[in-house]
Design a protein around this ligand. Sequence first.
Ligand SMILES: [Zn+2]
Length: 225
Amino acid sequence: MSGKRTENGTAVRAMPFASGFRVASPFGNRVDPITGEPGSWHGGVDLVDLDGDRSVRAAAGGTVLRSRIVTDPADRTSEWGHYLSVAGDDGFTVYYCHLESRSAAAGERVEAGQVIGVEGSTGRSTGIHLHFEVRDGAGNQTDPCAYLGIPNEVGYIRTPEGTGDRDNGIRTACLAEAHDWSREAVGWAVDRGILRGRGNGDPALGEPVTREEVCVMLMRAAEKT
Ligand SMILES: [Zn+2]
């Protein structure tokens, strides 16, 4: 393996969001967020920025292979909306998908931590997030969380550069996903601890809720208001 290395031999990597993010959907088998089908394969991990800036950074230095959107539905990469793939110095190719906009072109050299686009919800997506996918030199999908050095589970990751507190991050993330008509109510529910954002037994905004989840939120509302 070639490429930039730190003194202890590990590749130089940056978190895709500067100050923190929510792991909304891990890598591996899951319930399909659109069809509800269980056991559907998720080839990457879904990350949601927490500070509201939504700038997506390259996880490793390398060369941009593709920077595009495919609109032909017969081509499965149309599901990714605006996406970039970067062939990294570390031998892995990383995909950044569902972007609102892209700020690096194919053939361009990018460094770890460089902003390459803005998180969005283009393609097959139910809300603003980054689908982050990693493939090894043979083209096989590999655990992107292991690549970033974080647990492959729903939860919150605060990066060393992070500033804001976690509760404020949840508020920002929820409001970023909320429609205009629901924003006041969502902020009200988050402020009172009734809605905590996905990762605490709550669904993501925009997902169907079960009766159990409604009961939990009603109980919290009765206790806290
Ligand atoms: Zn995904």
